[in-house]
Design a binder for this molecule. Structure first.
Ligand code: C2E
Ligand code: CA
Ligand code: CA
Length: 617
């Protein structure tokens, strides 16, 4: 497929060729008058004028229209016809003139034919098919003419004409090859042979125009292979490259004629459909196409000795009145693709405004979080925990963020963002420092809590300097001997899907410092129980979702029963969180649960309020 731009060169030759025909053409009319063949010469010139008018129409259509594939190929046909006609008209001069016995007319004929051939090889150099056929059309009559003279020098000139034709063809062919290679390289990705980003961006411009003019829609798909880096890293770049080539081939075969396909870079491919009507059918069609494309990508690959499987995350975007700012439309389809990734990969997500608003909010939170960490807009609240007799035995530290612009943000919203961006390390340090200081203060005043729980993210746990940080704080505020309460780090089961060796080492070292671990949201994540034995775990927290299901959901009750019997078997303390009602409290007491936390008792409170309420009585 070629772009309009590619034909720019040929389009320019139209005017040049008209000029090179009409102006010398007048001289040929004069020749006709001088050698008494005025009528045929005039008729010839008139036909030349008509051909030129046709050429001008072809020229103008090109300038005035942004054409799609189909229109472009139709235009090209017209251009070809024009070129054949105008060059043939010079062959006609040759044939016309040699019919007369007048020698001078023969000189004119021969010169004309040679001249036209040279012009053709220069003007049509960008189009191989065109210059090849036109050169033959112009030179063959000359070859025949010389050979028909019947003299020895006629034969020699005939051969020379053939050689001359060969030289012209050779020169034009070489230049043409060079032009095409350059053009190809500028537009294509060298590895896969697909179009490259540059071509794609250029393609979008006229598409944008057409969509606006015709009030139509295009579908765009951004495809990013899942875990490609892993294949690259484990099997080497050579295999990685071969896999990319294989994927590209499948994509190309599958999207042929329907979509323009390009490789944006790395393992990212992009497709855009032609202009379509915005209807339910085309929408469904595009969505189904994306799903089938995913199936296609998923089929196993056999590369060298490897049998490889790969899936992809696909963002689908309907382009309608889109802004031509390329970073924008790619950004939007990118958002959809990332959503597919975060939804567990191997899927298709359609872009919509909600999604983009959410992403914008994410970005805003991320930015504000940066500032907040510097400006200390974060607070730590403390939610009390109780024993079976409703006596306070501990608390969980929960971070709070009050932003001037965004208002109060839930940790459920900003903690995942902090985790994704790495800001959790800084945030975690702040919480750690703050909570240790507060607990120390309480101890100084003679208030001791059995349990003091702090949430620790997996990123923190696996962060090398974290242990040292804890060590310094422990040494500064508490020595192991006078630690009359438990400092508990709440971690989630996701920890166990990570580098287990490292997790075990870290946890054991922290245990030596006097830290106890609690499994938060127990029962919602990774289900292997072996770690309960291997790791220094002192407590599990039954997730609030199970507590909420008490009394109404049989499965929740079974789950709670199971968790409690497991915990008892491993000698672990059991904390129920999210206790909101007396009935839940009673039921959990009956289950022999140890510690209770939830709105039934109290919510998380600022330090001062907590002290007021629980330390003054
Ligand atoms: P989590 O560790 O499961 O914390 C318990 C959450 O349940 C808290 O929400 C708490 O306010 C809420 N909650 C307590 N009692 C009840 C109840 O009776 N009913 C209901 N529906 N909810 C109750 P919060 O404070 O919004 O925290 C949400 C999550 O954010 C936490 O879940 C925890 O995973 C994370 N988080 C909070 N603070 C920190 C922190 O300092 N560091 C890290 N890494 N994560 C934190
Ligand atoms: Ca927790
Ligand atoms: Ca929890």
């Amino acid at each position: 497929m070629k772009q309009q731009k590619y034909y720019n060169f040929l389009q320019k030759q139209i005017l040049l060729m008209i000029g090179l025909s009409l102006i010398p053409g007048i001289v040929y009319v004069f020749f006709g008058w001088a050698f008494n063949i005025l009528i045929p010469a005039l008729l010839w010139y008139i036909s030349l004028i008509f051909i030129s008018l046709y050429g001008i129409a072809v020229y103008r259509y090109f300038s005035n229209n942004k054409m799609n594939e189909e229109q472009l190929s139709r235009w090209y046909k017209h251009l070809t016809v024009f070129m054949y006609l105008i060059f043939s008209s010079w062959a006609v001069i040759f044939i016309l003139n040699i019919q007369y016995t007048e020698y001078n007319l023969h000189y004119i004929a021969i010169f004309t034919e040679l001249g036209a051939a040279v012009v053709a090889s220069a003007l049509l150099v960008s189009d191989k098919k065109l210059f090849m056929s036109i050169l033959w059309t112009l030179m063959l009559p000359l070859v025949i003419y010389f050979s028909l003279l019947g003299t020895w020098f006629g034969y020699v000139l005939s051969v020379f004409s053939l050689i001359f034709l060969g030289v012209l063809l050779y020169a034009a062919y070489n230049t043409n090859h060079l032009i095409r290679t350059n053009y190809y390289q500028a537009q294509h990705d060298m590895l896969t042979g697909l179009y490259n980003r540059r071509y794609f961006m250029e393609y979008m411009e006229p598409l944008h125009q057409r969509l606006l003019e015709k009030n139509k829609i295009s579908y765009m798909l951004l495809i990013d292979l899942d875990h490609f880096k892993m294949i690259n890293d484990s099997l080497g770049h050579e295999i990685g490259d071969k896999l990319l080539i294989a994927v590209a081939k499948r994509l190309a075969a599958y999207s042929k004629d329907k979509y323009i396909l390009a490789r944006l870079g790395g393992d990212e491919f992009i497709l855009v459909s032609d202009e379509l009507d915005k209807t339910k059918e085309t929408q469904e069609e595009a969505h189904n196409f994306a799903l089938r494309l995913l199936d296609e990508i998923r089929r196993p690959y056999s590369i060298e000795t490897h049998h490889l499987h790969i899936s992809a995350s696909i963002g689908l975007h309907e382009l309608e009145n889109f802004s031509l700012d390329s970073s924008n439309f790619i950004k939007e389809v990118d958002i959809a693709m990332y959503e597919a990734k975060s939804k567990g990969r191997d899927g298709v997500i359609v872009f919509n405004k909600d999604l983009s608003e959410r992403v914008e909010r994410h970005l805003e939170i991320e930015q504000r979080l940066h500032q907040t960490l510097n400006g200390n807009r974060l607070k730590v609240y403390y939610q009390p925990q109780f024993d079976r007799d409703s006596k306070i035995v501990g608390c969980e530290a929960l971070v709070r963020w009050f932003d001037d612009d965004l208002g109060e943000l839930s940790p459920d919203e900003f903690i995942p963002i902090a985790e994704n961006t790495g800001l959790i390390l800084e945030l975690g340090s702040y919480v750690l420092y703050e909570t240790f200081k507060v607990l120390h203060g309480w101890n100084e005043e003679g208030h001791y809590l059995q349990n003091f729980a702090i949430n620790i993210s997996i990123r923190q746990l696996l962060y090398e300097p974290f242990i040292e940080e804890v060590e310094v704080l422990m040494k500064y505020y508490f020595s192991k001997e006078d630690l009359s309460q438990k400092i508990i780090f709440e971690i989630t089961e996701h920890v166990f899907s990570q580098d287990m060796d490292k997790v075990v080492k870290t946890m054991k070292r922290l245990q030596k410092l006097g830290i106890i671990f609690s499994i938060d949201d127990f029962g919602t994540g990774y289900s292997s129980l072996s770690y309960l034995q291997e790791l220094p775990i002192g407590e599990v927290k039954i997730d609030k979702a199970f507590i909420a299901g008490l009394g109404s959901n049989g499965n929740s009750e079974k789950m709670i029963g199971t968790i409690i019997s497991i915990a008892k078997n491993f000698n672990l303390k059991i904390v129920s969180e999210g206790v909101e009602e007396a009935s839940q409290f009673e039921a959990l007491q009956a289950y022999d649960c140890d510690i209770f936390q939830g709105f039934y008792f109290d919510e998380a409170l600022p330090k001062e309020a907590f002290e007021q309420k629980y330390f003054t009585t």
